[in-house]
Design a protein around this ligand. Sequence first.
Ligand code: AMP
Length: 178
Amino acid sequence: MKIVLIGIQGAGKSTQGNKLSKKFQVPYLSSGHIFREITKEKSKLGRWLKETVNSGALVPDDTTLEIVLTYLERPEYKAGFILDGFPRTLTQAEAFNGSLDKVIYIKVSDKEALWRISGRDDIREDETLHALRQRISLFHEVTEPVVTYYRQKDKLVEINGEQSVEEVFQSIIDNIQS
Ligand code: AMP
C-alpha cells in the first residue's frame, strides 16, 4: 500500500499516518522529520536546512527531491509506505513517479489548525506562529495545485478532518477500500 497524506499542519496527518501504518503494516515516513534529522548535523547542509525549516519556508525542490527520493529507495519502503509532507509542490509531484494507491487530503480550516497547534504542549522549535502562518499560506499557494493534480489523476480522496480521530480514520479506511 502506497499512500500520500496531504493537509496543512495541524490537520492530523501524523496521527492518521501512524494509525494507517499499523493497519497496513507499512512504514510511516514524514519528509519534515527527515529534514529535522539533517538539521541536527553539524554540516553546511545541516545549518542551511535548520534556517529554512525553522523559518517555515519550503526546502527547494531539487534538494527535497534528492533527499526524499533517495530515502524512499531504502528496502523497507519497497512494499509500501505512508508518506506525510511530500510531494508538496507540483514540480515534486511530477518528478515523483511513486505508483501511488491513494492520495489522502485531510481538510481542516486554517483557523482550526492554528487553534489545535496552539493547544499542544509539545511545541517544536520550528513551530513559531510566524512559521506556522508561513506554512499555511504556502500550502494554499503551492500545495493546493498538487491536490488538483492528483484529483485529475483520480487518486485523490478528500476527508473532512474536523471530526474525531476515530471518525477521520474510519472515513479514510472506507474511502480506501471502496
Ligand atoms: P512538516 O513537518 O511537514 O511541516 O515540515 C517541516 C518543514 O520541512 C517545512 O516547513 C519545510 O521547510 C520542510 N519540508 C518538509 N517537506 C517538504 C517538502 N516536500 N518540500 C519542501 N520542504 C519540505
